[in-house]
Design a protein around this ligand. Structure first.
Ligand SMILES: Nc1nc2c(ncn2[C@@H]2O[C@H](COP(=O)(O)OP(=O)(O)OP(=O)(O)O)[C@@H](O)[C@H]2O)c(=O)[nH]1
Length: 260
């Protein structure tokens, strides 16, 4: 490009091509590097046009043309910079919005745990051999809502989520809020499933939500366990855990049942 300006190109038209430099450079290399390149080009342009004698000088143009070339190039560079700045800001806010939407679509807003979709999505990235599935359901949760109000019911759900998250720190697992008062825990655990589930059951039994100094809410959970079989899908194994959970409820609740 600089050579075209220096030589004048075909009948002195070489300089008309330089105007594509600012938009292309900013588009390809972004604001920082693009602007640096454009700035260096302007310096080189000024040097060639005003400080050395070149074939361009022999073409007989009015000497104002040189300054007009530089001014118009700076104007195009300025407009291209504004355009690139606006579009990069727009792309950035689009990316932020897209990650917020992704988070909202995969997280339960009450407990901040993964929701069903989030759990299924994250499970795809895990290379667990035979994960164990624990489906937990708070016993008689309706009576908590009825007795203390929905707001305290929500607080109790948050307490369960917090207690379990704390208990699971350092473990290879995924915890999600599967539905209303149901939590689904997937753990890369090869044995001692029932012992592990008993610890979780104990944890919830001993956790309580204290409020108004003299009131506290506590509850128990029933847990159904299954282990992902070699030939079954994740949802099939959840279905077996759900049947085991149903069995736990019918055995009187506050207990653990492993699927056959
Ligand atoms: N506060 C609150 N309650 C919820 C939420 N989601 C579901 N529930 C309530 O959870 C209760 C579930 O009641 P049920 O399905 O009858 O079960 P349960 O009372 O826990 O009894 P069992 O499961 O049989 O031990 C219903 O009253 C729902 O309104 C929530 O996000 N917040």
């Amino acid at each position: 490009m600089l050579y075209l300006v220096y030589s004048g190109g075909v009948n002195g038209t070489g300089h008309v091509w330089i105007y594509c430099i600012p938009p292309v450079s900013l588009f390809l290399h972004g604001l920082k590097r693009g602007l640096l390149e454009v700035f260096i080009f302007i310096l080189a342009l000024v040097y060639i046009l005003f400080f050395i004698s070149s074939p361009f000088d022999q073409l007989g143009y009015h000497h104002d043309l040189k300054s007009r070339i530089v001014y118009s190039f700076i104007l195009i560079a300025f407009l291209s910079t504004i355009y690139e700045y606006i579009s990069s800001r727009f792309n950035q806010s689009l990316q932020e919005l897209s990650s917020k939407l992704e988070l909202a679509a995969t997280t339960d807003p009450l407990t901040n745990l993964l929701n069903r979709r989030g759990l299924e999505q994250q499970l795809k990235n895990k290379a667990w051999y035979k994960p164990s599935i624990f489906l937990l359901d708070i016993d008689h949760f309706k009576s908590i809502n009825d007795k203390y109000g929905h707001e305290y019911g929500d607080e109790y759900l948050k307490l369960v989520a917090r207690s379990m998250t704390g208990f699971l720190v350092g473990r290879e697992c995924l915890l999600s809020r599967w539905g209303g008062e149901e939590f689904l825990l997937v753990v890369d655990l090869q044995n001692d499933h029932e012992k592990f589930a008993e610890s979780v059951r104990n944890l919830i039994e001993n956790a309580s939500l204290k409020f108004d100094e003299s009131h506290e809410i506590s509850a128990t959970v029933s847990i159904g366990i299954s282990e992902l079989g070699a030939t079954e899908t994740f949802l099939m194994a959840v279905g077996r855990a759900d049947k085991a959970l149903y069995e736990a409820k019918s055995r009187g609740r506050n207990c653990v049942v492993a699927a056959k």
